[in-house]
Design a binder for this molecule. Structure first.
Ligand SMILES: N[C@@H](CCC(=O)N[C@@H](CS)C(=O)NCC(=O)O)C(=O)O
Length: 209
């Protein structure tokens, strides 16, 4: 039994999707951002970063969404969320998961949390630079998927496509949402058609894209 500390539609989403894909037994614990519950003494004992997700694995708290995706995928090989150890596809999977975390996730963090650079709002030049950075990642990924898609690893869906689709969803209110990149939109449409995506929307009370 796992316990996922989550907030709807945030970085916990990929872990929740992985749990649903696996069919694992899990319990959800809402971390209420409106009440700043991520900063409560109780939660900080589980995750000193004051962020979601945190997953309790046999009672042990573990955090970082991309790491949790890999951990769950490895613990439940039958779900085929990650290719087998020692294969080129496994190496490519790791490449994409770390790339997405290092490039998109960290840039999004600055996009959504200007306070981390010490201001209520970014100056326009910083906002524009962050937008350019995110769009340059879409350009790169779209070129890769056009040549080698429809999924990041080619013909086969894997857990890293869940991570990418979660990150794509976060662009929906940006000046150029990711659905303007055709190969990325095709991947998103495939992932959004999966039962796990639909079930997560019900469980987390999400709507739209
Ligand atoms: N690198 C972390 C980032 C997690 C993260 O930024 N979570 C956000 C939600 S998307 C959060 O908890 N925000 C609340 C806050 O920072 O106060 C991960 O991938 O798990």
């Amino acid at each position: 039994m796992y316990t996922l500390y989550y907030s709807p539609g945030t970085a916990s989403m990929v872990v929740h999707l992985a749990l649903l894909e696996i069919g694992a037994d899990y319990r959800l614990e809402l971390v209420d951002f409106d009440k700043k519950a991520q900063h409560s003494a109780e939660y900080l004992k589980l995750n000193p970063c004051a962020k979601v997700p945190t997953l309790l694995i046999e009672g042990r708290p573990v955090y970082e969404s991309a790491a949790l995706l890999a951990i769950l995928a490895e613990r439940h090989p039958d779900a085929k969320l990650i290719p087998p150890l020692g294969t080129p596809a496994r190496e490519e999977w790791l490449q994409w998961s770390i790339y997405l975390s290092n490039t998109l996730m960290s840039t999004y963090r600055l996009w959504f949390y200007p306070n981390e650079l010490g201001a209520d709002e970014h100056p326009p030049a910083i906002r524009a630079a962050l937008q350019r950075k995110i769009e340059s990642v879409w350009d790169q990924l779209d070129a890769h998927l056009s040549a080698h898609g429809p999924y990041l690893l080619g013909a086969e869906f894997s857990g890293v496509d869940l991570l990418l689709t979660m990150l794509m969803r976060w662009s929906r209110n940006m000046p150029r949402p990711v659905t303007e990149w055709p190969a990325l939109k095709r991947l998103a449409d495939l992932v959004r058609a999966r039962p796990s995506w639909k079930r997560l929307y019900e469980l987390e009370g999400l709507s739209g894209w």
